[in-house]
Design a protein around this ligand. Structure first.
Ligand SMILES: [Zn+2]
Length: 366
C-alpha cells in the first residue's frame, strides 16, 4: 500500500509526459484572471498595516476589521476568500505561498497587465509586448490553439472586464466569441441581458477601460447558460483599479466579491449536465504588487516583488494536494499548458517554446 502510494506520488511529480498527453476526465476548462491581486492577501488575508488613512485610504477600520481580521491566519484568509480556501485549496491545489517555500512569478520581467495576460495565455513571455496599448497580440493563445482543434472548435469563449482583452486574444484572428469592456452582449437575447447591457452603458464610468466586474460577470453567466462553451476565459479588473487608487478597503471588498463570483460560476456549471464532474477551473493573477505602505499600490519592473503571483486549480483531474509547499519555483508561463493538459491536450509538445504544465497539477486518471 505504502509502496503503491509512493509510486503514485512518483508518477505525479516526475513524469511531465503523463500529465500532458493522457486523456482526462475534464471536458471543459475555465480560466479566470483576477487583475493584480497580491499573494500576500491570498495567503494571509487582510494586511493590518494598510488599515490607515495614510496607507490605505481608510478613515475608520472598524467595519473592515470586523469583516476580515481574525486572530488565526487560516481563519483570516478564509474570511476574505471563503470559496478559495474552503473549496479550491481543499479539493484542489494552490501555488504561490512564499512563506511555505512555493514561489510563482511572471517570466516577462515587466510585471504589468498585457505582458502578464499574454504570458498566461500563450505560455511564454514576449519582449515585443511592452505596453498596455490596444495592439493585436502577434502570438497565438492556448484558447485560439484549442479552437483550432475539431474537438473544441466553436466551443471557446472569452469575457474580459478590460477592453484590451480582445487585442490580447487577437479577436480579428482567433475565431472564437469575445466580449469585453463596455461592449453590449448580443447573444443570448433575453430580458436579463438587456438590463445588463443597459447598466453597462448607464452606470457611472469609474474607469476608462472597464465596467464594474459584476456587469461582466453576470453577462458571462447568461452566455454560459445559453451556449455552454467548453473552454472559457474570464477576466476581472476592479482589484487592480482600486489598488492603484490606494483604496484598500475597496480592494478587499473586490477580492471578496470576486471569490463569490467564482463560487457562483462553479456552482452554476456544476448544476449543468455538460459541466458536472468534468470541468477544471484555474484562477490566477497577471502580476503582483509591491510590499509596504506605498509600494502595495503599484507594480511594474521597478516595483520590487511585483513579479510574484499565485495560481489555484480545481477539477476532477487535479489531486487534492491543497496548499503546495516546498516546490517550484513556477512561472506564469506554465498556466497555458496546465489549462490544455486538463483537457488532455499537450500544448507544450505542440508549442515547445511554451512552458510545461505545473508539476502535479493534472494527474492521469487511475
Ligand atoms: Zn495595474
Amino acid at each position: 500500500m505504502k509502496r503503491l502510494r509512493l509510486l503514485a506520488l512518483f508518477l505525479v511529480f516526475t513524469s511531465p509526459a503523463l500529465h500532458a498527453a493522457e486523456p482526462t476526465r475534464s471536458e471543459n476548462a475555465i480560466l479566470v484572471l483576477v487583475d493584480g491581486v497580491r499573494w500576500q492577501e491570498i495567503f494571509g488575508g487582510i494586511d493590518a498595516s494598510l488599515l490607515t488613512k495614510e496607507n490605505g485610504g481608510i478613515e475608520d477600520a472598524t467595519e473592515i476589521r470586523k469583516a476580515y481580521a481574525r486572530d488565526d491566519i487560516d481563519a483570516q484568509r478564509a474570511a476574505l476568500m471563503p470559496f478559495f480556501w474552503r473549496v479550491m485549496a481543499k479539493d484542489g491545489q494552490v501555488f504561490g505561498n512564499q512563506k511555505k517555500g512555493c514561489v510563482v512569478h511572471v517570466a516577462n520581467g515587466k510585471n504589468f497587465s498585457y505582458p502578464g495576460y499574454s504570458e498566461m495565455l500563450v505560455g511564454f513571455p514576449d519582449d515585443r509586448i511592452d505596453s498596455n496599448d490596444k495592439k493585436p497580440n502577434p502570438n497565438v493563445t492556448v484558447l485560439e490553439w484549442l479552437n483550432g482543434k475539431p474537438r473544441w472548435h466553436g466551443k471557446v469563449a472569452a469575457f474580459g472586464a478590460w477592453d484590451v482583452v480582445p487585442y490580447i486574444v487577437n479577436r480579428e484572428r482567433c475565431g472564437f466569441f469575445v466580449n469585453a469592456g463596455f461592449e453590449p452582449l448580443t447573444e443570448p437575447m433575453s430580458p436579463r441581458v438587456d438590463i445588463l447591457n443597459q447598466l453597462k452603458l448607464d452606470l457611472p464610468k469609474q474607469w476608462e477601460g472597464e465596467p464594474a466586474d459584476a456587469i461582466t460577470f453576470y453577462s458571462m453567466l447568461e452566455y454560459v447558460k445559453a451556449h455552454t462553451p467548453r473552454v472559457l476565459y474570464l477576466t476581472f479588473g476592479e482589484t487592480d483599479e482600486f489598488a492603484h487608487s490606494g483604496r484598500y478597503a475597496d480592494v478587499l471588498e473586490s477580492i471578496h466579491r470576486t471569490d463569490r463570483f467564482v463560487e457562483t460560476l462553479w456552482t452554476t456549471v456544476q448544476a449543468m449536465e455538460s459541466y458536472r464532474g468534468k470541468t477544471t477551473l484555474i484562477v490566477a493573477t497577471d502580476h503582483g504588487r509591491g510590499d509596504g505602505p506605498r509600494e502595495w499600490k503599484n507594480h511594474g519592473k521597478d516595483t520590487k516583488g511585483s513579479e510574484n503571483i499565485w495560481i489555484a486549480i480545481l477539477g476532477p483531474d487535479t489531486p487534492a494536494l491543497g496548499e503546495r509547499a516546498n516546490v517550484g519555483p513556477f512561472t506564469q508561463s506554465q498556466i497555458a499548458a496546465t489549462f490544455a493538459a486538463a483537457l488532455g491536450e499537450d500544448y507544450h509538445a505542440a508549442i515547445p517554446k511554451a512552458a510545461p504544465a505545473l508539476d502535479g497539477a493534472i494527474a492521469p486518471p487511475r
